[in-house]
Design a protein around this ligand. Structure first.
Ligand SMILES: [Zn+2]
Ligand SMILES: [Zn+2]
Length: 398
């Protein structure tokens, strides 16, 4: 197989131009009309066709397969966030949304990989399936695409994210883990119903504020006493709503909202079950009642060692070993590519490219209105995607 990695260098200007265009048309959720139209226009120019799906803007493209072989997927997310951009970049978004997680860069780099792979289609020992997905930031685009059967003919998958999101040092080009990479990400809503009344007569009421306080404390018992200290669990109650700003009215209800992160599937089931039991039992003990609902859950993303080994072989050859940082563990952020990785073995890696914001010279993390990236590494990310897919097809590790 030709060295497509180094050919990617010639695409650098093109990659930056696609990125700047996409950066100016951020869209959120599952329906991304402008972004999908842009991607399709570029694909048409590359002589590629795509498959679309009802109900969302995701699309897939197949390249190769002329000699049979396996199928490997390369996945990019395309959606942005409801953030007002403050980056000061000349091509900053002005529509009240922002590519503050770098998905515009992922889309651009996957388009570049499409170009490289199309130019070497005859040499591919199998099929590369490009997955452009919407809704990563919510409500989740990977799960509907799995239900559409997108992953059915796929044997393995690679995906990248830009930034420094796994907690590496930022000194090397690539961060990757052998296994646990991002955490299961579940949101919880606990609605407590008591009995409201005058603040001077609590004995005639059932105070949902006090019940809420007990529930918040009792939930931390799961983390400190019920889970293995080496098995990370986070329970954060981030929102407490009760009362209407008065001093002397015990409200009827209180609502808690929070997020739950963990890595092992068994731990996830245990933690969610226990949140429900402890919240309901605490409310009952205090003569109140409560409902517990979980929304927007993403599973943990766990890399497959065989896919990671294949990726590391490619990356070491392309970049040199000193540019690769193997991290001892992942992080507690969520990533909905986990739905693909749950179905098929894969390798998810980070292309490190944090950059100072021109507005004030500071470096900001993803989801910040001043989040900026260093575009100079685009060709490396694009080349790594294309080369990893081509190498794996030539020597599938499964
Ligand atoms: Zn994000
Ligand atoms: Zn992201």
């Amino acid at each position: 197989m030709t060295d497509v990695f180094h050919e990617a260098r010639q695409l650098q200007e093109q990659l930056e131009s696609w990125y700047r265009d996409l950066h100016q048309i951020p869209e959120t959720g599952l329906i991304l009309p402008k972004t999908a139209a842009y991607v399709k226009e570029v694909l048409t120019g590359l002589g590629l066709t795509w498959q679309e799906y009802p109900g969302h803007s995701g699309l897939t493209v197949k390249i190769g397969g002329r000699h049979g072989g396996k199928t490997v997927a390369l996945r990019a997310d395309m959606d942005a966030l409801e953030i007002q951009e403050e980056s000061g970049l000349p091509f900053a978004s002005t529509n009240g949304k922002m590519h503050a997680c770098g998905h515009d860069t992922h889309t651009s780099m996957l388009l570049g990989a499409a170009k490289l792979l199309k130019e070497h289609e005859d040499e591919l020992a199998g099929t590369v399936k490009l997955i452009f997905q919407p809704g990563e930031e919510g409500p989740g685009g990977a799960e509907p695409m799995v239900k559409d059967g997108v992953i059915d003919d796929v044997d393995g998958i690679f995906a990248l994210h830009i930034g420094n999101t796994l907690g590496g040092t930022g000194e090397r080009t690539v961060d990757v883990t052998w296994a646990e990479t991002t955490a299961a990400d579940d949101q919880v809503i606990i609605e407590i119903t008591g009995l409201g009344g005058h603040g001077s007569t609590p004995h005639k009421c059932v105070d949902p504020v006090v019940v809420a306080a007990q529930i918040i404390n009792n939930l931390q018992y799961i983390v400190s006493r019920e889970t293995d200290p080496f098995d990370s669990v986070v329970i954060t109650i981030a929102s407490v709503e009760a009362g209407r700003g008065t001093f002397n009215v015990i409200p009827e209800t209180a609502t808690l909202k929070g997020t739950i992160r963990n890595v092992a599937p068994r731990t996830r089931d245990h933690v969610l079950d226990r949140i429900r039991e402890i919240a309901q039992a605490t409310a009952k003990m205090m003569n109140a009642s409560c409902t517990v609902d979980f929304v927007d859950g993403y599973p943990a993303l766990v890399n497959d060692r065989r896919m990671v080994q294949s990726f590391l072989d490619t990356a070491a050859r392309c970049l040199g070993e000193k540019e690769i940082n193997i991290l001892p563990h992942g992080e507690t952020g969520g990533e909905d590519a986990a739905f693909f990785f749950q179905e098929r073995p894969g390798c998810y890696f980070i292309l490190v490219c944090s950059a100072p914001c021109p507005a004030d010279g500071q470096v900001y993390g993803a989801h910040h209105p001043r989040f900026c990236i260093d575009p100079s590494v685009f060709w490396k990310g694009c080349g790594l995607m294309a080369q990893s897919a081509a190498d794996w097809l030539a020597n599938p590790t499964l």
